[in-house]
Design a protein around this ligand. Structure first.
Ligand SMILES: [Zn+2]
Ligand SMILES: [Zn+2]
Length: 641
C-alpha cells in the first residue's frame, strides 16, 4: 500500500496548508500563499496485475455521482470515504464489469467503513485494487478538493468568497448554453483514415464559450487537420491532457491564450465551431457544430509523446461535470467572454509559483495577479460596508487599475480600454465623488485634516507608460487625481531605454516628474525589483522558513532603494507601499511602518472604513476594475452611488 500512503500524504499536506492558511488569516487578516510541495509522479511496480496502459474507463454516470456525493458528504466525517477508493472497490467487486453496478453496493461499502472497518481489510484479497486505485486517481484525483469561488449573494451582483470541498472541475460548456450528446467514444471515423473516435462530441451552437475543465498549462494552440482550431491543456500535475477541437472559424480562442499560458478551471478558453477536416487553415468542413473534447492520460513523463496514448471516454465524466458550469459574461466591444466568478484552488498557486518569471513579464504578472485577486481570504461582502455609517469613521473605496490600452487584442482583465477609465471619472464626478491622494487620506487620519464628502482613491499599479499616455490626459481633463505605484527597476530601465510603447513600456522619471508637477498624480512604492516570484519568494512576502531578521533586511534594502530613487528623482518621499500581487506576511506591515510608511495597499477586495487611527491605513482594501461592465454597473455593485 505504498502508493496509497503517498496519496494520503498529499491530501494531508493540503489539509495542513489550509489549517495554516486559516491560522494566518486569523493572525494577520492577510493573504498567505500555499506552500510548495513536490508534484508526485507515479511509479508502477512490476507486480501490478494489469498494465495501466490498458485502462478502459467505463464507470457509469450513476456510480460516479453516488461515489462523489458520498465523498463530499463524508469529507467532514472521521472516516472520509474517498470516491476513488469507492470506485476501485466496485471495479474489483465487479471484476471490471460495471454493467453489474448496483447503488446498494456503495451503500454497504460506506456502512462498513463507517463501522470503522479499514479499507485495507476490505480489499486485502484483491490484487487489482491498487491498479484501479491508481488508474481512477489519475483520472479523477483532481476533480474533487478544496477550492474557493466567488458566489453571488443578491441581485445587485454582490459576491462573497466561499470556501468548500467538492467538485472543482468544470463542464467544458459555459453555464446557460444547451448541448446534446451521446456516448460516442470509440465509434468509427473515416475522414483521413479509418480510426476510432477518441473523444466525446458535445453538440452546441457556434460561438458557445468553451471552458477549461481543469486548471493547467496550454501546451498547444493552433490548426490541425482533424481537429481544426484546437487547444491542448495539460493539467498541472502533468497527468491529464485535455484536447478541445473544432473551435470557431475566425475567432477560435479567447484573447491572450498562447502556448505556455496557465489557465484556471472554469476560464473561458475559446468558442465552439465546426472547423477541421482540412489541411487548409480556418476552414469549416464539419457539418454539425460541436465541441470535441478528449482526455488523454500521461502516466509518466517518458510516455507523454509515445504512441501508446490512453484516451478516456468522457461521456459520463462530462455529464458529471455539468453539475459545475462556469457562468460567463460578454464584453461587447471585443466580443470576448469572461468568467463571472473568480475561482482558486491550492494546486494552481503551487504551479504558478513554479512559472519561470523571466518569461513574458507582463503576461505572467497578469496571471499572478489573478491568483491573488482571486485569493481574497476574507468573507466580507463587497459593498456591505456602505450600509454602515458611524460618526467616527468614513468610507473610502480604493479602485485598482493597472494598464489602459485601446487595441482590443491587447485587452485583458488588467489592461482595459481607456474608455472605461474615462467613464469612471465621469460617473464619479456626476455622483459627487472626489478623487483624493494617499497623502490626503493620511492627513485625515494623522492630523485631523478634513476630506471631501465622498472621497475615493484611484490607484494604478506597476507604473505602465500607458498610464502617462492615456490616464494622465484624462485626469487633467476631468480634474481628477490618481495614485501610481511604480516598480523602480522598470522605471530606471525605461528611463534609459526611452522606448514609449503603450503595451509594455513603463513610465520614466521625466514623465513621473511631469505628472507630479501637474498635481494630478501621486507616486508611491511598489518595490524596486520584487514584482517577481523569485527563489520561492512571492512578491515582497517573507519566504517560508526565512528568519524574520533576514526578511527585514531584505525588504528594507529593496523597498528602501526605491524610496531613495524617488526622493532623489522627484524630491518627494512616498508614504504608501503597494504589495506586489497582494502577497503579504505577518511582519510586512510592521517592517514598512518602521521604515516610515504610513499606509499599505493590498489586493483584498472591499471598501475601507477609516477611523482616525493610524493602524487603519495598513492593508487597505482595493477593488479591481474589470472590463465588460459599465461604470454605473461596476460602481453600483460596490455600493458607490
Ligand atoms: Zn469528436
Ligand atoms: Zn503590481
Amino acid at each position: 500500500m505504498k502508493y496509497k500512503q503517498k496519496r494520503f500524504y498529499k491530501k494531508n499536506q493540503i489539509h495542513k496548508k489550509i489549517l495554516l492558511l486559516i491560522l494566518c488569516i486569523v493572525a494577520t487578516g492577510g493573504i498567505l500563499a500555499f506552500g510548495l510541495s513536490p508534484v508526485a509522479l507515479f511509479s508502477f511496480s512490476s507486480n501490478d496485475t494489469k498494465e495501466i496502459g490498458q485502462i478502459d474507463f467505463d464507470v457509469p454516470y450513476e456510480a460516479l455521482e453516488k461515489a462523489m456525493d458520498l465523498d463530499i458528504q463524508s469529507s467532514d466525517e472521521k472516516n472520509h470515504i474517498d470516491w476513488v477508493d469507492t470506485l476501485a472497490y466496485l471495479a474489483c467487486k465487479y471484476d471490471g464489469d460495471f454493467k453489474k453496478y448496483s447503488a446498494k453496493d456503495i451503500d454497504s461499502f460506506a456502512a462498513t467503513l463507517r463501522e470503522d472497518k479499514t479499507l485495507s481489510s476490505l480489499v486485502k484479497n484483491w490484487d487489482s485494487f491498487t491498479y484501479y486505485q491508481k488508474a481512477y486517481d489519475t483520472i479523477l484525483g483532481n476533480f474533487l478538493g478544496n477550492y474557493k469561488i466567488q458566489t453571488p449573494i443578491d441581485e445587485d451582483g454582490s459576491v462573497v468568497w466561499t470556501e468548500s470541498y467538492g467538485l472543482k472541475a468544470f463542464s467544458p460548456i459555459a453555464d446557460g448554453y444547451i448541448y446534446t450528446d451521446y456516448d460516442d467514444f470509440g465509434t468509427g471515423r473515416t475522414y483521413g483514415y479509418k480510426r476510432k473516435h477518441l473523444g466525446h462530441d458535445m453538440m452546441v451552437d457556434i460561438g458557445t464559450p468553451i471552458v477549461a475543465i481543469e486548471s493547467g498549462t496550454v501546451k498547444s494552440v493552433g490548426w490541425n487537420e482533424y481537429g481544426g482550431w484546437q487547444i491542448g491543456i495539460q493539467s498541472f500535475d502533468e497527468q491529464r491532457y485535455y484536447y478541445y477541437a473544432h473551435l470557431q472559424k475566425d475567432h477560435p480562442y479567447s484573447a491572450n491564450l498562447h502556448e505556455g499560458t496557465a489557465v484556471q478551471a472554469g476560464d473561458v478558453i475559446g468558442y465552439s465551431g465546426r472547423t477541421g477536416y482540412s489541411t487548409k487553415e480556418n476552414v469549416n468542413n464539419i457539418d454539425t457544430p460541436h465541441l470535441h473534447v478528449g482526455m488523454r492520460l500521461t502516466f509518466d513523463v517518458t510516455q507523454k509523446d509515445s504512441s501508446n496514448q490512453v484516451w478516456i471516454d468522457m461521456y459520463a465524466l462530462t455529464k458529471l461535470l455539468s453539475k459545475n458550469r462556469s457562468q460567463v459574461y460578454i464584453v461587447e466591444e471585443t466580443k470576448e467572454y469572461y468568467r463571472s466568478y473568480n475561482f482558486s484552488e491550492p494546486s494552481y498557486y503551487q504551479q504558478q509559483q513554479l512559472l519561470d518569471d523571466t518569461a513574458n513579464l507582463r503576461r505572467q504578472n497578469e496571471l499572478l495577479m489573478n491568483i491573488v485577486i482571486s485569493k481574497n481570504p476574507t468573507q466580507e461582502t463587497i459593498g456591505e460596508v456602505s450600509a454602515e455609517s458611524n460618526n467616527e469613521g468614513i468610507l473610502v473605496p480604493i479602485i485598482m487599475y493597472h494598464g489602459l490600452i485601446k487595441d482590443p487584442v491587447e485587452q485583458t482583465k488588467y489592461f482595459i480600454s481607456p474608455s472605461y477609465f474615462e467613464n469612471d471619472l465621469i460617473y464619479l464626478a456626476e455622483h459627487g465623488y472626489t478623487t483624493i491622494f494617499m497623502e490626503d487620506l493620511i492627513a485625515y487620519v494623522e492630523t485631523g485634516a478634513t476630506l471631501p464628502e465622498k472621497p475615493i482613491i484611484l490607484s494604478f499599479d506597476d507604473g505602465y507608460y500607458n498610464n502617462y499616455y492615456y490616464a494622465y490626459p484624462l485626469l487633467r481633463e476631468y480634474n481628477a487625481k490618481a495614485v501610481i505605484s511604480i516598480i523602480g527597476k522598470f522605471t530606471d530601465d525605461f528611463s534609459l531605454l526611452r522606448e514609449n510603447n503603450v503595451i509594455y513600456s513603463h513610465i520614466t522619471w521625466d514623465q513621473i516628474n511631469e505628472m507630479i508637477a501637474s498635481g494630478h498624480v501621486e507616486i508611491q512604492n511598489h518595490t524596486y525589483n520584487l514584482h517577481t516570484f523569485n527563489n520561492g519568494r512571492n512578491g515582497a512576502a517573507q519566504k517560508s522558513g526565512e528568519v524574520i531578521a533576514s526578511y527585514k533586511t531584505f525588504l528594507e534594502s529593496d523597498v528602501g532603494l526605491l524610496q531613495e530613487k524617488i526622493i532623489e528623482s522627484t524630491g518627494n518621499t512616498p508614504t504608501t507601499f503597494a504589495y506586489p500581487f497582494g502577497f503579504i506576511s505577518k511582519d510586512s506591515d510592521n517592517i514598512l511602518k518602521e521604515m516610515g510608511f504610513k499606509a499599505t495597499l493590498s489586493c483584498t477586495e472591499g471598501i475601507n472604513y477609516i477611523k482616525r487611527d493610524p493602524d487603519a491605513l495598513f492593508h487597505l482594501k482595493r477593488d479591481l476594475r474589470p472590463p465588460g461592465k459599465s461604470s454605473a454597473q461596476y460602481f453600483k455593485e460596490m455600493g458607490i452611488e
